[in-house]
Design a protein around this ligand. Structure first.
Ligand code: 26V
Length: 849
């Protein structure tokens, strides 16, 4: 649908707004509209009276903003009711602290959670627009890197849906995750300004502002009390994003902090003197804090900025939480010992660890509590989730940098450490030899650091991993020494995903069939009901419907791939997808080496032999960290292999290799429903959980994977006969690494051939030697095949051969697909969040009447 002029046939004078489609719809505010006619009126009202664009245009972009505003009208009422209800009921409330949220788009989700899909489709049709087209206008809110950030967003959805008193806290980055383009040299990063036009979902709270201090010194008072003074003070200003629950009034908040300097910080004298930059120095420093998600920390300045971001989130959030604790007291002053009965703070990885010393500081220095009382409150309030065992990802901050930026917090951390060491010495003398690795301060004179994970373990009442295998590894390896000190502190909370976004909304075709056969749509809030699909797995009628829904999704995906890559893919081929951050441990290299070997084999076949091959489309997508050279090389290799394979007339109807650019939440929503096989092939023991594995399985996609992270539990749930397993197990990895390092193994001929084929220049002249050498020896670029790509290659290829065979038997494949969905009930984030609520946070439902 075009402009109003087009609609009415009028000229560019623009005076035609009253004619055409819009003119037939009264522009009247109906903030609570539920009927299509009123919704259309309300959208038109926003077009006419809240125009962000020239009011005579009504193109999809303007239609998106006006529609989003009309949806927001409805959310705001529920949102205020929820806040007031929590305020009155005063339940214990959870605060989820996370440096990352990957919200993606919000329009479809909000309309779906309001259960108003049909009404909005209808309303937009009346306005000459198409909801499906309108939602494509929205930019992804990509305030996260990958699984950890998306998990936080799925958790918010479940907290709201389960009517739990819970909020999220994060940072309002101006530039979220970069946009990925593929050029001649491979990945190019482009800054993405998701707020360029504005976000219709956020509400600025001018009345919620807290000061956050950096640097400065400590003042010691005669009483012995200490106070942090001086330095630089930046204001934290709240922006709230509504998080609606599914089919409930409860609408919770994601509060994102923005950094600001005040008017009083602007030096008018300097400015008038022509010193423009120094006049606004604090303003520009404030701006830096929320400028970029995880800015590179290769430099000292970069590290300092990241630490500032972390502290900014922690300090602003805790001041806000304490303010609310005081505000909600019924009669008189509340006892501080009650704080943990009203507040639970969950740390999403170690990124918000500074919440620990900051809570101690606020309680002692501002509220006057003694150490023991403050420590008791802090440790009963805070719990910590670990999301990785990779040593390079465990945060360690330079003590020098921390003393400069946060001197009072360093005093507190030193005291926590001192008391911890004293406790071990007196109560666990047997652990004395372990103390140097268990304590918080690593005082190595070369590079003294604070170990954030140790600080979290010592100061939290509960520590959890994110899948059973991962939690077991935490207990037996990473945190083993602490287990004897605190045997009940460690738990498992297997991750989950929201079935609303990841099935109901992204795959309406499959959802309808599920609802039709289960005779209820309650599976969207009780995912265990999917198990009832098992009884239909052999039904021919059900299989036909299932297959046609999957086919519709594949066709939609094929169109998308054509549009973004120009590559035409055949919906009758097996759609095989691996999408996730590019990392050596996730082994996209294993996938592409497998594809290279497949290509080479197809080339060597006779045309007759080729006809018996299972046609495959391999799609790979994901972003490489800008400074991660090997990850960038992998992206380049996938693109180079695709360029050759896809244009080879002998082979291209049997194999396509496509790199899907700019993988993000909304791209995932297109890829996952159309997938038939997905690869979750990390080196065993290295992927803490994975969550896309759950999204694929839920969408009836089969998994080829290792016994790693949540794969183990997915395989248990859907049945081992429906999972293509290969590779070493976690407990074999250390021994195999030694073998590889020392060259004590027999090279696999297929693996050698695949590498040699790349080296021969079959995919262009780019120098892939450094990448391939990481799979070999121990000198030069060699890393002795640390990720065991070579070791797992033969069993991977065998598993792929089983996939090809299984795909030929359509009935068997569809049955496996149905059983994947049917076995996915456990992986709802509703289950995960209920377990956190009961077993860690001790909070209960608080439903808005
Ligand atoms: C971060 C970094 C940064 C420096 C370079 C190496 C490296 C390696 C890994 C990471 C991951 C940090 C934490 C994280 O994102 N973990 C992910 O959390 C997901 C949600 O629990 C989980 O499903 C993924 O398995 C886990 O990798």
């Amino acid at each position: 649908m075009g402009t109003v002029e087009e609609v009415s046939g009028n000229t560019k004078s623009g005076l035609s707004a009253k004619s055409g489609v819009l003119a037939k719809i009264p522009a009247v505010a109906h903030p609570l509209a539920e009927e299509p006619a009123e919704i259309a009126s309300n959208i038109n009202y926003h077009v006419q009276y809240n125009p962000h664009f020239s009011p005579f245009k009504f193109e999809p972009e303007q239609a998106f903003y006006a529609t989003a505003e009309s949806v927001r009208n409805r959310l705001i009422q529920q949102w205020n009711q929820t806040y007031l209800h929590f305020h009155k009921a005063d339940p214990k409330q959870t605060y989820y602290l996370s440096m990352e949220y990957l919200q993606g788009r919000s329009l479809t989700n909000a309309i779906g959670n309001l259960d108003s899909q049909d009404a909005y489709i209808d309303a937009l049709n009346k306005l000459g627009h198409d909801l499906e087209e309108i939602v494509e206008q929205e930019k992804d809110a990509a305030l996260g890197n990958g699984g950890l950030g998306r998990l936080a967003s799925c958790f918010l959805d479940s907290m709201a849906t389960l009517n739990l008193p819970a909020w999220g806290y994060g940072l309002r980055y101006r530039y979220g995750l970069f946009k990925q383009c593929i050029g001649k040299q491979g990945q190019e990063e482009i800054a993405e300004d998701w707020l360029e036009k504005f976000s219709p979902w956020e509400v600025i709270r001018h009345d919620v502002v807290f000061p956050v201090r950096f640097f400065g010194q400590i003042e010691v008072h005669a009483s012995g009390s200490r106070k942090w003074v001086g330095g630089e003070v930046i204001q934290a200003l709240a922006y709230d994003v509504p998080i609606p629950g599914f089919k409930t009034k409860n609408t919770i908040s994601l509060r994102l902090w923005e950094a600001k300097a005040g008017a009083e910080d602007f030096n008018l004298f300097q400015f008038n003197d022509g010193q423009y930059e120094s006049a606004a120095q604090l303003h520009s420093r404030a701006q830096q804090i929320c400028a970029v998600l995880y800015p590179g920390d290769a430099t000292e300045d970069g590290k300092l900025l990241r630490l500032k971001q972390q502290f900014f989130l922690c300090s602003a959030s805790l001041q806000d939480i304490i303010f609310r604790f005081k505000e909600r007291k019924e009669k008189g002053v509340r006892q501080w010992s009650e704080f943990p009965n009203k507040v639970a703070v969950q740390l999403n990885d170690t990124h918000p660890t500074l919440a620990i010393p900051e809570l101690m500081r606020l309680l002692m220095d501002d509220e006057g509590l003694g150490w023991d009382e403050a420590w008791d409150v802090t440790t009963r309030t805070i719990s910590y989730t670990n999301h990785t065992v990779l040593p390079e990802a465990l945060e360690k901050w330079s003590q020098t940098v921390m003393w400069k930026l946060l001197p009072r917090h360093m005093e507190i951390i030193e005291e926590i450490d001192r008391r911890f060491i004293a406790m071990i010495n007196s109560k666990h003398p047997g652990l004395e030899s372990k103390l140097s690795s268990m304590c918080i301060m690593d005082n190595n004179p070369q590079k003294p650091v604070v170990r954030m994970a140790n600080l979290c373990v010592v100061s939290s009442h509960t520590v959890n991993g994110v899948a059973q295998l991962h939690s077991d590894i935490l207990k037996s390896e990473l945190f083993a020494d602490y287990v004897s000190v605190w045997p009940t502190k460690f738990q498992n909370k297997t991750n989950g995903i929201t079935p609303r976004r990841w099935l109901r909304f992204c795959s309406p075709e499959l959802s309808h069939i599920i609802t039709k056969w289960l005779k209820t749509d309650e599976w969207a809030t009780n995912l265990d009901l999917l198990a009832d699909l098992r009884q239909f797995a052999d039904s021919a009628a059900f299989q036909v419907e299932w297959e046609s829904a999957k086919m519709a999704n594949k066709q939609r995906l094929a169109q998308y791939v054509q549009q973004v890559t120009g590559v035409s893919i055949d919906p009758n081929s097996l759609f095989d997808i691996q999408v996730k951050r590019i990392h050596e441990y996730k082994r996209q290299l294993l996938n592409i080496l497998g594809a290279v070997y497949r290509y080479k084999t197809l080339k060597e076949m006779s045309p007759e032999e080729r006809k018996r091959a299972t046609p495959r489309t391999i799609m790979i997508g994901g972003k490489a960290f800008a400074t991660y050279t090997n990850a960038r090389r992998i992206v380049k290799l996938v693109n180079d292999v695709g360029a050759v394979v896809n244009t080879d007339p002998e082979v291209s109807s049997y194999l396509k290799v496509v790199f899907v650019p700019n993988y993000n939440v909304s791209v995932a929503e297109k890829l996952i429903p159309g997938s038939e096989l997905s690869q979750h092939i990390s080196t065993a023991g290295m992927e803490a959980s994975g969550t896309s594995n759950m999204k694929f399985a839920l969408n009836g996609c089969l998994i080829i994977g290792t016994l790693d992270g949540a794969n183990v539990e997915i395989r248990e749930e859907i049945g081992e006969e429906n999972f293509f397993l290969f590779g070493a197990t976690a407990d074999e990895v250390p021994r195999l690494r030694k073998e590889r390092e020392n060259g004590l193994f027999k090279p696999d001929p297929r693996f050698e051939e695949a590498k040699q084929f790349i080296r021969s220049g079959a995919f262009g002249s780019y120098d892939y030697n450094p990448l391939l050498e990481s799979l070999e020896g121990n000198s030069g670029y060699g890393r002795g095949d640390y990720f065991l790509v070579g070791h797992d290659f033969p069993s991977y290829m065998d598993a792929q051969a089983r996939v090809d065979e299984a795909y030929k038997d359509r009935k068997r494949w569809i049955k496996m697909s149905i059983l994947s969905t049917a076995g996915s009930g456990k992986f709802s984030s509703d289950r995960t969040i209920s377990q956190y609520a009961k077993e860690i946070w001790n909070i209960e439902e608080c439903r808005v009447p």
